[in-house]
Each structure stands twice: as structure tokens, then as C-alpha cells.
Design a protein around this ligand. Structure first.
Ligand code: AMP
Length: 301
């Protein structure tokens, strides 16, 4: 089953206690599509500028990602600079330059219209809604967002939230969006805005999903070293949506497995800067870590 993603394709400049990387390929749609590509065919809708070269396109093509929907526009690609310190659970944004995204109007190629699975990765909620409306029949529509849009464009964000089945959101941002500190109450408040499934990302503490009245929690894989948390959330979503699209099974049982595949992909993403680890994985490595999650969380009653 094919999976469509819209979101940022960017150049990131990142600083963590483990080092620095300047102008590396990133963006929410990039991290998502690379990780989801291990599960199912992926198509991407985004815009890039003149600074996006053949070597960058090759990263997508090496993973078999369909880039017909990747538009080129005059100007610079989206740029984001951030740093992490302390427990590295939150990025501190130093600079956001929307550049070519400012004028972007997503056009869905005809060959993309029958995609059943849609992920609206982090980008202006108006663009997310625009794409969602062009795929009214999609079986599962999920979205992500961040503080930049929660603070900056709350009305647009609410309209997009009302149109989706599922949302993945950071813990701090879930609290900000709901205006309430208790996570369970915050998730219920977000469910009332539209999505029946609310997945809260808690960095090194893992993820917790609220699906109707059912709650499920997965820890983060206990790594010795986290080099760069950038893209963890999008890689989580890539594994989650990739597994759901691959199996076509939207049951609660399978959503739980998808939460674990998401956690597996996020754990690989943070082992190195940018896409260094996630662009070079193998399916057996993914399955081995998936089984490690089973032993990590299994107990007898
Ligand atoms: P995360 O998975 O949350 O770590 O997402 C990191 C990615 O989001 C980076 O590669 C950035 O390029 C991208 N990003 C950061 N800020 C924004 C924004 N305001 N809109 C869209 N994408 C962003």
C-alpha cells in the first residue's frame, strides 16, 4: 500500500554535545520518507530550492522514494538551525528560514491521488490541510506539528486537526496545544479537536498512545549514546505509518506493533547525525531491534 507524505525537505545545521553538522539534508518529510521506505513504497510532496542537488535527490532515489511530487523552485530550500543540550529531549531552534516554502502551493500528481495512507509531516498547517483536501478518500490520515505553528497559526492548525484521524505530537507541545499539564487530560483535549488517535512523543521516555479509550505506552530503546535527536519524531512516524500501510491493518493490536516499529526507527535515527544511520539500515537489523523491544517490555502475570 503506498504512503504519501507532505512536509519539509530542508537543510539543517545542528549542534549537540557530540558535535556539529552544518547544512545537512534533513526536514520532516525527508526523515519520514527514508524510514517509511523500509516498509512500503513512499511518495513525497515538498518543495526544494536551487541548492538542492543531484546528490540530495540520490538519497531519496537510493531508498526507492517517488519524487514526482518534489517541486523545484527558484531560491533557497527550507533551512533550520538548532542545538541540543542537557538531556537533549528538546531542540532549541536558533533559526527557521521558510524560503521556498513561503510561496509553496502543493500540487498532488495524478499518480498520487489514490494513496490510502497520508502523513502530513510538520509544515504550515494550511499546506497540510490543502493536501488533506486533495485526498478526501484516504483511509488513514495522520499529522504532526510543533510549537512554531501552535503559537504562530493556531486557527489554521485547529482546522487541520479537525480533518485527521491521528496526530503525533511532542509532550511539551501536547500540553501547549491543550492548555493543560496532565498528559492524559491533554490527550483527551486534543482528541476533542478531531483525531481519535493521539500519540505523544516523550523523547528518552518513549511514546504513549491514546486510541479512543485505550492507552498504550512504549519505552525508548535504551541506547548508550544519543548523538543527534533530530528526526527522531519523523522517523518514529515513518516506522509507524510504514508498518500500518504495509499491513493495511488498523486494529488496536496492530497499532501497538506499529508503535514499536516507530520506536525502533527513532532509536536508529538518534544514533548519528542526520540520515547517516537511517539511510543505511537493513530489514534484518530492524527486525532484530523489534524483537529486543519485545524482551525489553515483556513480563509474566
Ligand atoms: P523532529 O523529528 O521533530 O526532530 O524534526 C526535525 C526536522 O524538522 C528537521 O530536520 C527540520 O528541518 C524540520 N523542521 C524544523 N522546524 C520546522 C518547521 N517550523 N516546519 C517544518 N519543518 C521543520
Amino acid at each position: 500500500m503506498s504512503l504519501l507524505v507532505v512536509g519539509s525537505v530542508a537543510f539543517d545545521s545542528l549542534r549537540t554535545p557530540y558535535g556539529e553538522a552544518k547544512h545537512i539534508l534533513g526536514g520532516a518529510a525527508t526523515h519520514f520518507s527514508v524510514t517509511a521506505s523500509y516498509f512500503t513504497p513512499v511518495k513525497v510532496v515538498a518543495v526544494v530550492g536551487d541548492d538542492f542537488g543531484e546528490e540530495h535527490l540520490k538519497v531519496f532515489h537510493d531508498r526507492g522514494i517517488d519524487t514526482e511530487g518534489l517541486e523545484r523552485a527558484p531560491g533557497k530550500s527550507f533551512r533550520w538551525a538548532a542545538e541540543y543540550s542537557g538531556d537533549m529531549n528538546e531542540a532549541r531552534t536558533l533559526d527557521t528560514q521558510l524560503n521556498v516554502f513561503e510561496q509553496f502551493s502543493p500540487k498532488i500528481p495524478a499518480a498520487y491521488r489514490d494513496c490510502d495512507y497520508l502523513f502530513l509531516a510538520n509544515i504550515h498547517p494550511k499546506l497540510q490541510l490543502d493536501v488533506r483536501r486533495q485526498l478526501p478518500e484516504a483511509r488513514l490520515v495522520a499529522m504532526d506539528t510543533m510549537n512554531f505553528w501552535i503559537k504562530g497559526t493556531p486557527e489554521d492548525l485547529n482546522a487541520t486537526l479537525a480533518s485527521v484521524h491521528m496526530v503525533t505530537i511532542n509532550e511539551t507541545e501536547a500540553r501547549m496545544l491543550a492548555g493543560c499539564h496532565n498528559l492524559r487530560k491533554a490527550a483527551q483535549a486534543v482528541q476533542k479537536l478531531g483525531p481519535n488517535v493521539v500519540i505523544v512523543k516523550r523523547g528518552e521516555y518513549g511514546v504513549i498512545s491514546f486510541h479512543g479509550n485505550s492507552i498504550f505506552s512504549v519505552p525508548a530503546y535504551p541506547l548508550e549514546d544519543v548523538h543527534d535527536p533530530t528526526g527522531a519524531g519523523d522517523s518514529f512516524a515513518g516506522g509507524l505509518m510504514g508498518h500500518l500501510a504495509q499491513t493495511g491493518d488498523l486494529s488496536e493490536r496492530n497499532l501497538r506493533r506499529a508503535m514499536v516499529y516507530g520506536s525502533v526507527m527513532a532509536s536508529f535515527a538518534v544514533e548519528d547525525f542526520g540520515l547517516r544511520r537511517t539511510a543505511r539500515l537493513t530489514r534484518p537489523e530492524i527486525e532484530t531491534r523489534f524483537r529486543e523491544f519485545k524482551s525489553l517490555t515483556h513480563f509474566d502475570v
